[in-house]
Design a protein around this ligand. Structure first.
Ligand SMILES: Cc1ncc(COP(=O)(O)O)c(C=O)c1O
Length: 413
C-alpha cells in the first residue's frame, strides 16, 4: 500500500510571495542588486527599549501561561487604551504572531466545510489558514477603480449560504493599502449581526493610516461586542517580525475560551518575545507618529513616481505599506520572473509580487502587481527608475508594442 498524505495537505497552497525567491537568488549571484518590493519585512530598526529587554532574560527560559504573561497582557491593554480601546485582561490571548491568532480565530468561529466571506484581493496566507481550519474562503471582489473599497452590502448578501460563519476583514488592508471608512466597517458589522456571523478583523496595520486618517477598529463599533474577534501583531508596528508575537482580542466569552484551550494545546507563546514586548511601554506617543510619517513619505515617493509612468494605474494608497498597481504588462507572473531573470538597470532590478496570488478567483489580477514599501526613500527612487525602464523594455521583449497614448492618458486619470 502506498502512503498518501491528507487532502488538506495536498490542498495547502505554496506562498506565491516566496515562489520567485530562487530567481532573485540567481540574480544576486550574477551581481545584480535586487530591490525587494515584494515582501512586508520592514527595514527599520526594532526600537532599542524592546531590544534591551533581551538582557533581562531569566536563567531558565521557561514556558509562560498559555494566554501570555500577566505583564505582557497588561502591556497590550495599555497599547489598546492608547488607541481608545478598553479591553479586560481576560479578553486578550497572546499568540505566536498574528498568524496564530488568525488560525485560532478561524478555528474557533468556523468548522470544516463552513464558509468565510473575504474581500479579494486578500492577504495570501488567509488561504493557508483557511485550508488548515478546513474553512472555504468565499471571495467578494474589490476593484482598483474604487480604491479597493468594500463592495456594496447587496453583494455580501448574495454570497451568503447556510454554511457562512464569518467575515474576514483586513483593515488597513494588505495587499491593497485601503483604509476602510468608519461607515464601511459599521456596515459590515451590521451585516454580520443581521446574519449571525462573526467578524474576524485583522488589524495588524492599525496605526498605518495616512493623510491624517485613522483606521476604525472593529472593537470600536457599538453593538458588535459579541461578534468581533480582532487578530493583531507586533511584527509590523515595531518592525519586530522575528519575535513572532501577536494577540487575539475578543469580548465574546465562548470564542475567548475556545481560543485559550487551543493556546493551552500549544502550551505557551514565545517567552523571550513577551519580554521584548514589555519594552513597548517605554515608547513615547511620538513613536507611532514618526512611524506613520516615515511610511507616508515612502508611500509618496512610490505613488508619485509610479503614477507618472505611462500605462500604470493606481489610486493613492491610504494605509499599511502595500498597494496593488495595474501595469501595462498582460501577465504579472511572467513580468515578475522576467524582471529577475532578464533585466537590470544601473545594476539593479526589482522584485514584485504578482497579484494573482492575492485573488481566489482564477484569472483576476493578471495585469496587477503588489508592491511593498519597506525600503528607504533612496532605494524606492531607484526602484521607480528601474520600473520606468523595465515596462517599455518588457513590452518590446514580449512583442506587446508601445503603450498607446490614449490608454496611457485614460490610465493616468
Ligand atoms: C494582513 C496580515 N495579517 C497577518 C500577518 C501575520 O503577521 P505575523 O508576523 O504577526 O504572524 C501579516 C504579515 O504579513 C499580514 O500582512
Amino acid at each position: 500500500m502506498s502512503l498518501q498524505i491528507s487532502e488538506r495537505g495536498r490542498q495547502m497552497p505554496a506562498s506565491p510571495i516566496r515562489k520567485l525567491a530562487p530567481l532573485a537568488d540567481a540574480a544576486k549571484k550574477r551581481g545584480v542588486r535586487v530591490l525587494h518590493l515584494n515582501i512586508g519585512q520592514p527595514d527599520l530598526e526594532t526600537p532599542a527599549p524592546m531590544r534591551r529587554r533581551l538582557a533581562t532574560a531569566p536563567s531558565v527560559l521557561a514556558y509562560t501561561p498559555s494566554g501570555g504573561t500577566a505583564e505582557c497582557v497588561a502591556s497590550l491593554q495599555q497599547y489598546y487604551r492608547g488607541h481608545g480601546l478598553s479591553l479586560e485582561a481576560n479578553e486578550i490571548i497572546v499568540t505566536t504572531g498574528g498568524s496564530e491568532a488568525l488560525l485560532f480565530a478561524l478555528t474557533a468561529c468556523a468548522g470544516p466545510g463552513d464558509e468565510a466571506l473575504v474581500v479579494e484581493p486578500f492577504y495570501t496566507n488567509y488561504m493557508a489558514f483557511a485550508t488548515m481550519a478546513g474553512v472555504r474562503l468565499v471571495p467578494l471582489r474589490a476593484r482598483a477603480e474604487d480604491g479597493f473599497h468594500l463592495p456594496p452590502i447587496e453583494e455580501w448578501t448574495r454570497a451568503l449560504t447556510p454554511r457562512t460563519r464569518l467575515v474576514l476583514l483586513c483593515n488597513p488592508n494588505n495587499p491593497t493599502g485601503t483604509v476602510y471608512r468608519r461607515d464601511e466597517v459599521e456596515a459590515v458589522a451590521a451585516f454580520c449581526r443581521a446574519n449571525g456571523l462573526f467578524l474576524v478583523a485583522d488589524e495588524v496595520y492599525r496605526e498605518l493610516a495616512y493623510d491624517g486618517a485613522k483606521a476604525t477598529s472593529a472593537l470600536d463599533v457599538e453593538g458588535a461586542e459579541e461578534l468581533v474577534v480582532v487578530t493583531d501583531s507586533l511584527s509590523k508596528r515595531y518592525s519586530a517580525c522575528g519575535i513572532r508575537l501577536g494577540c487575539l482580542a475578543t469580548r465574546n466569552r465562548q470564542v475567548w475560551d475556545a481560543s485559550l484551550r487551543m493556546a493551552q494545546g500549544r502550551l505557551s507563546p514565545p517567552g523571550l518575545a513577551q519580554l521584548v514586548a514589555l519594552g513597548t511601554s517605554e515608547l513615547g506617543p511620538d513613536y507611532e507618529q514618526e512611524l506613520v510619517k516615515e511610511y507616508q513619505r515612502r508611500r509618496d515617493v512610490l505613488y508619485e513616481g509610479l503614477s507618472r509612468l505611462p500605462g500604470v494605474f493606481l489610486l493613492k494608497p491610504e494605509g499599511a505599506f502595500y498597494f496593488i498597481a495595474r501595469f501595462p504588462i498582460g501577465d504579472s507572473e511572467d513580468f515578475a520572473s522576467w524582471l529577475l531573470s532578464d533585466f537590470s538597470h544601473e545594476g539593479a532590478t526589482v522584485m514584485v509580487a504578482p497579484a494573482p496570488g492575492f485573488y481566489a478567483t482564477p484569472g483576476l489580477g493578471r495585469d496587477e502587481v503588489r508592491i511593498a514599501y519597506v525600503l528607504n526613500e533612496e532605494d524606492l527612487e531607484a526602484s521607480v527608475r528601474v520600473l520606468a525602464h523595465a515596462l517599455p523594455a518588457y513590452r518590446r521583449a514580449r512583442g506587446l508594442g508601445a503603450i498607446e497614448p490614449a490608454r496611457a492618458a485614460a490610465e493616468a486619470r
